[in-house]
Design a binder for this molecule. Structure first.
Ligand code: GLU
Length: 278
């Protein structure tokens, strides 16, 4: 079977050592299997993602010696395809409009940050009919309704170091850790991270999703969405996170760890591999 991995950065800032680790790992896993390594810019957050960041990311990856197969997929060019995936979910009665606060929506549209508790939506708007959607409303998944229709619960295989093995969605855990996620953003009609990313894993025929451990808890909802839409569920590999001296996960805003800084100081791609323990 083909072995296809991907690196899917959100171009909201410079790549740091953590991204380098993720990209190198996905690349090397694919190459070791004679497979393909694809690149995807998760750039649907039009306020925070910029073409300059995307260009800098490509430059850093090329410098690291990583070559990707085929053209880069830019999510911002596929909005209609993502929105089309909402129709079957709406027809199944699994979506409802929600006019709750902006910060709530923000938390849902970005990839979740470690250490920031994901606010499980309390369900204030659940039960609102779809036709009551106002231009400013988001669309949320009625998770309980989605879970009710699943028997048996879908599962997924994980090959990462911390959670390796077969997993099955645990409905109680899904409701207490994930809840009714936003699938389409407030006022913008752009599907949010959870859905767009899962849809593209299927679209790009990714067989192995290689990404940070911080996204592990959100995998069940993506698996469930793929299952509901009749799309293939990949194998997941959640890798360890690269941390700073204080043990904190690196984030794009940590410019001190930006690859660009190490490059400017004369580091080689091999130095970067060593720094991240490869
Ligand atoms: N775009 C996400 C990020 O940069 C990663 C999404 C994923 O790997 O599934 O954090």
């Amino acid at each position: 079977m083909a072995f296809v991995t991907r690196f899917a950065p959100s171009p909201t800032g410079p790549l740091h050592l953590g991204h380098a680790y993720s990209a190198i790992l996905a690349h090397d896993m694919a190459r070791a299997q004679g497979g393909r390594f694809l690149l995807r810019m998760e750039d649907t957050d039009l306020e925070r993602c910029t073409p300059a960041h995307a260009a800098a990311i490509l430059d850093d990856l090329a410098w690291l010696g990583l070559c990707w197969d085929g053209p880069v997929l830019h999510q911002s060019q596929h909005i209609a395809r993502y929105n089309a995936a909402l129709a079957p979910l709406a027809a199944a009665g699994l979506l409802y409009p929600c006019g709750c606060t902006r910060s709530d929506i923000r938390a849902a549209l970005a990839a979740p940050q470690e250490g920031v508790a994901h606010a499980v939506y309390p369900g204030t708007c659940r039960g609102r009919p779809l036709h009551s959607r106002q231009p400013e409303d988001a669309l949320r998944l009625d998770l309980a309704a989605a879970l009710r229709g699943l028997d048996p619960m879908p599962g997924f295989a994980e090959t990462g170091p911390a959670h390796g093995g077969q997993h099955r969605i645990d409905p109680t855990q899904a409701q207490t850790t994930i809840g009714d996620v936003v699938l389409s953003r407030k006022g913008e009609d752009i599907v949010a991270y959870f859905l767009a990313s899962a849809l593209d894993d299927a679209h790009q025929q990714i067989t192995h999703v290689v990404r940070g451990e911080d996204l592990f808890d959100f995998t069940p909802v993506q698996v469930m969405l793929l299952h509901l839409l009749g799309l293939p569920v990949p194998t997941y590999h959640h890798h360890r996170l690269i941390r700073d001296e204080a043990g904190k996960r690196l984030a794009k805003r940590d410019d001190a760890r930006a690859l660009a800084k190490f490059r400017a100081e004369g580091a080689s791609p091999q130095d970067i591999r060593r720094m991240v323990g490869l």
